[in-house]
Design a protein around this ligand. Structure first.
Ligand SMILES: Cc1cc2nc3c(=O)[nH]c(=O)nc-3n(C[C@H](O)[C@H](O)[C@H](O)COP(=O)(O)O)c2cc1C
Length: 392
């Protein structure tokens, strides 16, 4: 599922769809936006053009568009259609198969699955007509995302608020399969922090995005997922349980507590190799011209898991800046892993703290697989599928 057509209809919540559009791109979708005439009263097409990176489609009788990508082409292009916000009016149109504007015509002409995120005044939502229309859509397997309950733009309270962009994406990505049902995946993510004194620490550039994306992808395929995470500022994916840690030692303890129950261990965290031998009790003052911090080795969590008698399937990560293949293969062997995911973090645009990544997977049996540069969630989904297909 790579191509998503984002339909915007004429509700006040259209402003939230600007962020939604950006977030859809973050999780790996190519987005084309189609707006109804009313929607353009709320947000300009130019805004969506800038955020999606493509011209916005509005008019069914647009000769220029027809030549390049008319309503049928857009209908075929889409793997998925998401309409957010969806007005009461558009729900009625969908339910009755109307095709009097570009968006409704595309919906009728497409085989893509349709998801809608309704947004409207609570009376409009609860109106008998709207509810009857919704029932028809549910019967036709249209996915209804939300709405939420609470304060409304019109000053009323009740059901009808459009869900927030991330919540919509979480619903949209609900288990695509049950391929990993019954399995427990234990995943580490993010950096660790090793204190020097009460206000300073040693750490690294890991954002945690890759580990979180893997957790999300495994959960979407039906696995029970435990994410042991160092300090990061990312929301926990829906359905994933997180154990928050700070230091390598805490991460080691959390992993060793969970590992006997795990089928798969993915070590994606950038664990600090060393920590200060002693933590100063008070903030260190800058009196001396130079200073030295003595470092001692941290526990090697992946090595410990790889050495267990009943070890789970072990997947490691090797973030390297040179000789990537050599170091990755060495780590694969030394730590008794089943697969290692190598990435060259010296490359611009991928790796630490970026939105994209590219990996080469080296397997115990000598196979290697390249996952070309893409959004981290797409890479994560491909990685989880590869693990599933090879080992289960
Ligand atoms: C300020 C304003 C806000 C509106 N907000 C909504 C809304 O949140 N939900 C809704 O169903 N209709 C809302 N409407 C009414 C729709 O814009 C109207 O039904 C329109 O015909 C919908 O056209 P469309 O479904 O083709 O986009 C609003 C109208 C105005 C003037």
């Amino acid at each position: 599922m790579k191509n998503i057509l984002l339909g915007i209809t004429g509700g006040i919540a259209a402003y939230k769809s600007v962020e939604l559009c950006r977030r859809l791109r973050d999780v790996g979708y190519q987005v084309r936006v189609v707006m109804t005439a009313s929607a353009t009263e709320f947000v300009t097409p130019l805004t969506f053009q800038a955020v999606s990176g493509f011209p916005v489609h509005r008019d069914i009788f647009d000769e220029a568009a027809e030549a390049a990508m008319g309503h049928i082409e857009l209908a075929r292009w889409a793997d998925r259609i998401l309409i957010a916000p969806t007005t009461a009016d558009f729900i009625a149109k969908l339910a009755h198969g109307l095709a009097d504007d570009l968006l409704s015509t595309i919906c009728l002409a497409s085989q893509a699955s349709i998801s809608i995120a309704p947004a409207m005044n609570q009376q409009m939502w609860q109106a008998e007509a709207t509810q009857a229309n919704l029932q028809q859509l549910i019967q036709r397997k249209v996915q209804i995302i939300g709405p939420g309950v609470g304060d409304q733009a019109c000053g009323e309270q009740g059901p009808g608020r459009m869900l927030e962009p991330l919540a919509i994406i979480d619903e949209l990505l609900q288990p695509v399969s049950q391929a990993l049902a019954g399995q427990h995946w234990l995943i580490t993510a993010g950096p660790t922090r090793e204190a020097i004194d009460p206000v300073r620490f040693l750490s690294n550039n890991s954002s945690g995005k890759m580990g979180y994306a893997i957790a999300k992808a495994a959960q979407r395929m039906g696995a029970k997922v435990t994410l042991v995470s160092g300090p990061v500022s990312i929301d926990v994916p829906a359905g994933v349980s997180r154990v928050a840690v700070v230091t390598a030692e805490q991460m080691e303890q959390a992993v060793m507590q969970q590992v006997s129950d795990a089928d798969v261990f993915v070590a994606c965290a950038a664990v600090a190799d060393y920590k200060p031998a002693a933590i100063a009790e008070q903030k260190i003052k800058k009196n001396a011209k130079t200073m030295e911090i003595k470092l001692i080795k941290n526990p090697d969590i992946l090595q410990q898991v790889g050495a267990l008698k009943n070890k789970p399937l072990c997947i490691g990560f090797a973030a390297e800046t040179e000789n990537v293949e050599y170091y990755a293969k060495d780590k694969l062997q030394r730590k008794n892993l089943d697969m290692i995911c190598a990435n060259n973090v010296a490359k611009k645009d991928i790796g630490f703290d970026s939105e994209e990544n590219e990996l080469v997977l080296y397997c115990k049996n000598g196979d290697s697989v390249a996952l070309d540069q893409n959004a981290k969630y797409t890479i994560a989904s491909d990685l989880v599928s590869e693990i599933k297909n090879r080992f289960f």
